[in-house]
Write a protein that binds this ligand. Structure first.
Ligand code: SF4
Ligand code: FES
Length: 258
């Protein structure tokens, strides 16, 4: 199949390290197949930079299948770019007209410091998950786990929550840099299920406390997080987390957890 290669001007954020000032630098990339992914297009640019002996663009990626959450780029001002419910690695160049100028920046949020160029440090998310801890009840082997009957609606909510890939687009999209969508999804995937109930209160209080300690802002219902999420995580999880938090705070009157 033949294709007409497209040419682009890429306006890319370059920053040597966490402390040095960064700036947007223009690059030309030529003869890009419309069928190539956004990351393959960046690979092409990097090959051209290597050939010229220049420093390559540092960007995060891993699975390139929309499941690991590593490909954290803001494209033309939108975390994960212009296609809804699509991670950068699954975005194709046919979305961008020939000759377009494309601005590529890292996810911007104070708790996500820049490591280099387009790579940010998102270990704050890991610490929120760690704060939530584990489930203490024995779930047995794979067949045993099915002995606990779970209603379809509950299972669906938990499964939807579990599809969060921890990419951080919700934070980058939010004016407050709130991590509520992420944190509520990570809490919901356990809090909604019977196996997650014993630690529900503790988990909710600790995860929210860690989120605050990491410096994420509070949620004021802009809803940009939901719009930017490549996995379709909805605001309902935030509402559920608010409810869980109210219940847990009430029970925690003696400060047993925090
Ligand atoms: S809630 Fe969505 S946008 Fe936020 S980290 Fe999870 S998958 Fe990414
Ligand atoms: S590289 Fe894994 S989700 Fe994009």
């Amino acid at each position: 199949m033949s294709h007409e290669g497209r040419n682009y001007t890429l306006r890319i954020w370059r920053q040597k390290n966490r402390t040095s000032p960064g700036k947007l630098v223009d690059y030309k990339v030529t003869d890009v197949s419309p069928g190539s992914s956004f990351l393959e297009m960046l690979d092409m640019l990097n090959e051209q930079l290597v050939a010229r002996g220049e420093d390559v663009i540092a960007f995060d990626n891993d699975c390139r299948e929309g499941i690991c959450g590593m490909c954290s780029l803001t494209i033309d001002g939108i975390p994960h770019g212009p296609e809804r419910r699509t991670t950068v690695c699954q975005l194709h160049m046919r979305k961008f007209a020939d000759g377009a100028v494309i601005t590529i920046e890292p996810f911007r949020a104070k708790p996500f410091p820049i490591v280099k160029d387009l790579i940010v440090d998102r270990t704050a998310f890991d610490r929120i998950i760690q704060a939530g801890g584990f489930v203490s009840i024995r779930t047995g082997g794979v067949p045993d786990a099915n002995i606990i009957a779970i209603g379809k609606q509950t299972a669906d909510v938990a499964m939807d929550a579990a599809s969060c890939i921890g990419c951080g687009a919700c934070v980058a999209a939010c004016k407050n840099s709130s991590a509520m969508l992420f944190t509520s999804a990570k809490a919901s995937q356990l809090n909604r299920l019977p196996q997650g109930k014993p630690e529900k209160d503790r988990r909710t209080l600790l995860m929210i406390s860690q989120m605050d300690k990491e410096g994420f802002g509070s949620c004021t219902n802009y809803g940009e997080c939901q719009a930017a999420c490549p996995k379709g995580i909805t605001l309902d999880h935030i509402a559920r987390m608010h409810r869980d938090y109210a219940v847990a705070s009430f029970k925690d009157v003696f400060g047993k957890v925090l």
